[in-house]
Each structure stands twice: as C-alpha cells, then as structure tokens.
Design a protein around this ligand. Structure first.
Ligand code: FAS
Ligand code: PHB
Length: 390
C-alpha cells in the first residue's frame, strides 16, 4: 500500500487529522489496532474546550455535538464546605465549555470517515515505523494475520503513549519529561442524573472529588485514591459515602444510583520533545500526557491534529515545509501551557500523602483568590475554557 500521510491510531487526534486532510485533498490512510466497537466504547474524556468544539463544527462533525452536547458557562469549586461558582464567559470574552464524551467525538468522526473519508483500517496494529529519517518512511502493520507495509511521505503518530510511534523515536533524538503524581483517580459511570447542572470540583482535605456527567441521565464522578488502588476494594456504598463527604455543601444532596463502571487511572504528565523525528510527527497522547484534572487531554489532541493538518496541507499545496518545520514548537507552546494549568489544578485540589497543615493553607489561600474577582481568577478561567487556537 502507498499513501501521502500514514496515520497511526483512530483516536481523536488521528480521526480529526484524517478528516481535515481528506477535506483538503491530501491522501491518507488510518491504521487502528483495535476494532470499531472497542474504540467507540472506551471511556475517556468528557469536556470540550470552546476551540475544540469549534474545530469539530468547522470540519462537519458538530451536528450531534450541538444537539446533544451540554453547554456549560461555568463550574463550581468547593472547599471548606462552601461552593464558589467560576463564571467562564465573563472572564474569557464569552468562551464556554461543552460536556460531550470522547466516545461520541470518536463515533461522529468514524461515521463521517466511513461514509466519505480516507481508508480506515481497524484491527490493523502497527508493529513498526521504519526509515522515519528518510523521505520514504515505512509503516509495518498486521492485518488478516499477514504482515503488510504502508509506504508514505509522512507518518502521523496518533497512537497514544504506548503506541508504535513512541517506540520509533531514537532515545538520543528526543527528551522525555515526566511526572507521576502520588495519587490516582477512581472514576465511576453511574446510571443517575447528575446532582448539579454544572461540574463540581471539591478540594476536600480528605482528597479531590469531581461530579461531572456524560448525559442528562448519566453521571461521571471521580475520587482521589492512593496509587495502586484496586477499584474492586471500593464497594458502591463506600464510593458514594466518600463522594458525599468530599462534595458536601449546605443545601445540596448527591443523588445515588447504580454504578455501571469503575476504574482507576494514575495521574501522570509526560512531554516528548521535539514532537517530531524526521518524517514522523507525533500528536496527542503519543506526544504528551496530562493528568485528567484539567480536562486537557482530548483538547490538546484535537489542537495538535489541527496544527499538523495545516502543515501537511500547506506542504501539499506549495511544496514548502515551513509550517511542518515549526509544528513541534507551535504545539509545545500550547502543550506546556496546558501542563502548567493541569499541574496547578492537580496540586491545588488533591491532598498529597505527605501534606501537612502548611500545605493545606497554601491550597486554601490560592483557592480563595481564584474564587474572588481577581486577575488570578481570570487567568484560571482562561486556561479552563481553553486558550484560543493559533
Ligand atoms: P488515543 O489514546 O485516544 O487514541 C490512540 C489510538 O491508537 C487508540 O485507538 C489505540 O487503539 C490506537 N493504537 C495504539 N497503538 C497502536 C498501534 N501500534 N497500531 C495502531 N493503532 C494503535 N482526558 C481528559 O481531557 N479528561 C478525562 O477525564 C480523561 N480521562 C482519561 C481516562 C483514561 C483511562 C485515559 C487513558 C485517558 C483519559 N484522558 C482524559 C485522556 C484522553 O482523553 C486522551 O488525551 C485522548 O484519548 C488522546 O487522544 P489521542 O491522542 O487520539 O490518543
Ligand atoms: C470528565 O467529565 O471526564 C472531566 C470533566 C472535567 C474535568 C476532568 C474530567 O476537569
């Protein structure tokens, strides 16, 4: 097989990139290791920044998003038993966020691609990316039990943090920055309407808790737990009881319901620099990870895909590689800004195992500034709603 851009991975990054390239007449092929059902049901992110939602609308993937997405103009911070609403539009020039599960973003992009898009090969795991430093990189993948090759002009590594793209990067050509936080998130999906209209984040001294949602009938909630926690050690009642304590506020009741799924994910940050090696360009989790506390993972993946698409489209139309040559720097400015924001959100709202009274006062002092009309609150809101796309 042969194409212009070989895209590895059918997550938000790979699928958006394929959509944008196809619309611009740039040939590409998407190779996805798993089957369609697995990719479409994998529980991941839930929040789209204003810019990310606009990208999806602009490429024709916004119809269901506009029908079913939940537009949020703010969220609540809870600490010391009190609720503080953070209003987004008034501090960000009108920007909002939308609750629209990553599963739905992926379904919408896959549906479009299967009707009118470039080849999307499921159950086609990539085993290697070769000659990335040449002008004819090669992707080796397996399909129908046979090893096959895809020759391309460029490879877009959109295959997450454990994919083949990361493995193709020579250790002496890239730097990996990483941080693993001393706590994890126990996430649940519950068959019960959310007990609030907007997100509620609690920085309780027992630990972080978040009330989010997936639809008006399905809640998504998270609890900070120690690293290494087995979700099976947490009964449904124990989860609801702890959520009750951490999210408590006067005059507010947390509605309980059947828990449909629970899982534990470690909070970690990673950044690969540069996000390119030769003709292999990385996007999304293949290049960076952020703790989910800032809701930036999927949004960064979509922003990378837009930036990469612009570079390929410019190269395809003019022969000039200047946008591609600045791809990594352009993405990393946004990535490090998101890293900084997610680091602040994480350390501000979680209780470290070795935290003492001084640490708690540092958190409360910062939280009080963020919930008053200050420049700090405006910067916080700007970051949460998402910085304008370049
Ligand atoms: P993805 O991981 O989504 O997609 C990569 C694709 O590549 C996958 O379909 C995979 O099957 C495929 N692949 C991997 N190796 C391959 C190979 N060798 N060959 C072919 N295909 C291959 N972000 C938030 O903003 N909020 C959250 O609450 C949140 N929760 C998360 C919970 C979990 C458990 C995880 C793991 C992540 C969470 N994230 C969250 C982050 C998540 O949303 C990612 O940022 C987002 O999926 C990134 O999208 P992609 O870069 O496209 O990578
Ligand atoms: C989610 O719904 O998964 C979510 C929402 C907001 C966050 C983190 C996670 O800040």
């Amino acid at each position: 097989m042969r194409t212009t851009v070989g895209i590895i991975g059918a997550g938000p990054a790979g699928l958006l990139l394929a959509r944008l390239l196809h619309q611009a007449g740039v040939e590409c092929v998407v190779l996805e290791a798993r089957d369609r059902a697995y990719v479409e049901r994998r529980q991941r992110a839930g929040l789209l920044e204003q810019g990310a939602a606009d990208i999806l609308r602009d490429c024709g993937a916004g119809d269901r998003l506009d029908r079913e997405g939940l537009l949020h103009r703010g969220f609540e911070l809870r600490f010391e038993g009190r609720s503080h609403r953070v209003d987004l539009p008034s501090m960000t020039g009108g920007r909002t966020v939308t609750i629209y599960p990553q599963t739905e973003v992926v379904k919408d992009l896959i549906a479009l691609q299967l009707v009118d898009g470039p080849p999307l090969l499921f159950e086609a795991p990539v085993i290697a990316v070769e000659k990335a430093d040449s002008e004819q990189p090669l992707i080796r993948f397996v399909r129908d039990g046979r090893e096959q090759t895809l020759e391309c002009e460029f490879v877009a590594g959109c295959d997450g943090s454990y994919g083949a793209s990361r493995r193709a990067l020579p250790a002496d050509e890239v730097r990996l920055h990483e941080r693993t936080y001393p706590y994890s998130w126990l996430g649940i999906l519950a068959d019960v309407p959310p007990s609030c209209d907007e997100l509620v984040m609690a920085g309780h001294e027992r630990g972080f808790a978040l009330q989010s949602m997936r639809t008006p009938a399905v809640s998504r909630l998270y609890l900070q737990v120690p690293n290494g926690t087995d979700p099976n050690d947490w009964s449904d009642d124990r989860i609801w009881d702890e959520l009750d304590v951490r999210l408590a506020a006067d005059g507010w009741t947390l509605q309980r319901g059947p828990i449909l799924a629970k899982s534990v994910s470690t909070l970690r940050s990673q950044v690969v620099e540069p996000m390119r090696y030769g003709r292999l360009l990385l996007a999304g989790d293949a290049a960076h990870l952020v703790p989910p506390s800032g809701a930036k993972g999927m949004n960064l993946a979509l922003a990378d895909a837009l930036t990469m698409a612009r570079g390929f489209i410019h190269w395809h139309g003019s022969g000039s590689s200047d946008l591609l040559d600045h791809y990594s720097d352009n993405c990393l400015r946004r990535v490090w800004q998101a890293q900084h924001f997610c680091h602040e959100m994480t350390t501000l709202l979680h209780t470290a195992p070795d935290a003492d009274g001084y640490d708690r006062q540092m958190q409360l002092t910062r939280l009080r500034r963020l919930t008053r009309p200050t420049a700090a609150a405006a910067e916080f809101a700007e970051n949460y709603a998402g910085l304008p796309l370049i």
